[in-house]
Design a protein around this ligand. Structure first.
Ligand SMILES: NC(=O)c1ccc[n+]([C@@H]2O[C@H](COP(=O)([O-])OP(=O)(O)OC[C@H]3O[C@@H](n4cnc5c(N)ncnc54)[C@H](OP(=O)(O)O)[C@@H]3O)[C@@H](O)[C@H]2O)c1
Length: 300
């Protein structure tokens, strides 16, 4: 990856060196459900790897393991080209259940180690147990890093007192132009610790306001000015820098759009090179302002 390309950095942990990744990766929700042939979905993911979108996000939930199998197909013969993320269901996230769930995920993926393993959303099993299991998985070489997903600021604050919290790598949250609540408290929590955020539904999929966002006149106008699509503007917006400088391409957030057509994959990779101007950002802020106080976390 050229250093000038927008990227995120997972900082070094007690056991792993820092990792730099392109600021757009690939999602897999709804893959492995026979909506399309699995080979077509795997081809799309491989195409994404070829175009530099190296982080692949999956979960035991997606297609009840079907998406992990598609990712496994995509990775055949090229494991080292990808940074693989999976997630454990909250009801599997106990001391032993987490280990068993991870082993099932690894078997479906056909790999030895996950690069990042997340608790998919908060559940009733104490987080202490999940973190203890993550630590054991790390010692066993089955995961390199761990983190959480769908945690609001209050839950992030609560996890700080747990052993292992210092190595929590990220919070994967819903974030797109039409849903900016995480800017108030979740993104600042991550930023204060030097951690990247992972933005799911960056194209507003699953949101009742999807059409409102992707067909908003201001989004379409900016897209036309840049000669790109509205979807590409949404991605460029998610990975924008807070205060862009010419020399710093490190981004606070990685977007993980899911795409199953090659054209969508290419468009998403191209969004890495879109430079939104201060004027573009101001116009988007006017149309879709961030809230000025904490709001409940959006989820799908
Ligand atoms: N942690 C969590 O709780 C959680 C929740 C939801 C999602 N996620 C993760 O985040 C990923 C992304 O979220 P998502 O899949 O819900 O939604 P998304 O990425 O916002 O949107 C996906 C939709 O956008 C379409 N699309 C992709 N690229 C496009 C482009 N360039 N132009 C126009 N349309 C395009 C896709 O169509 P095609 O498939 O036809 O290309 C698909 O219908 C998921 O796949 C999953 O890995 C995590």
């Amino acid at each position: 990856m050229p250093l000038s390309s927008p990227h995120i950095v997972f900082p070094a942990t007690a056991t792993e060196p820092a990792v730099t990744l392109p600021a757009i990766g690939q999602g897999t929700w709804y893959m492995g459900e026979d909506r399309l042939p699995a080979s077509q979905e795997a081809d799309a993911l491989r195409h994404g790897l070829d175009h530099g979108m190296t982080l692949i996000d999956t979960a035991e939930m997606y297609g009840e393991g079907g998406a992990e199998k598609v990712v496994g197909q995509a990775l055949a013969g090229r494991r080292d080209d990808a940074f693989v993320v999976s997630k454990v269901y909250p009801w599997n996230a106990g001391r032993d259940g987490t280990i068993a769930a991870c082993e099932r995920s690894l078997a479906r993926l056909g790999i030895e180690t996950l690069d990042l393993y997340l608790l998919h959303w908060p559940g009733s099993i104490p987080l202490e147990e999940t973190f203890e299991a993550f630590e054991r998985l790390r010692e066993q070489g089955k995961i390199r890093r761990f983190g959480v997903s769908n945690f609001d600021a209050e839950r992030l604050g609560a996890l700080e007192s747990l052993p292992g919290a210092a190595d929590c790598a990220t919070d994967q949250v819903l974030y797109h132009l039409g849903s900016r609540g995480v800017e108030v408290d979740v993104l600042p929590w991550l930023k204060a610790r030097g951690l990247p955020a992972m933005a799911y539904c960056p194209l507003a999929q699953g949101d009742r306001q999807r059409n409102e966002v992707i067909t908003a006149p201001v989004v379409e106008a900016i897209a036309a000015e840049h000669g790109v699509s509205a979807a590409q503007i949404l991605l460029a917006w998610v990975i924008r820098t807070g205060a862009p400088t010419a020399s710093d391409d490190e981004r606070p957030t990685i977007a993980i759009p899911k795409a199953s057509t090659l054209a969508h994959v290419e468009a998403n990779a191209e969004a890495l090179s879109i430079q939104l101007t201060a004027d573009d950002l101001a116009r988007l802020d006017d149309a879709f302002p961030a809230p000025d106080r904490p709001v409940p976390l959006d989820i799908v």
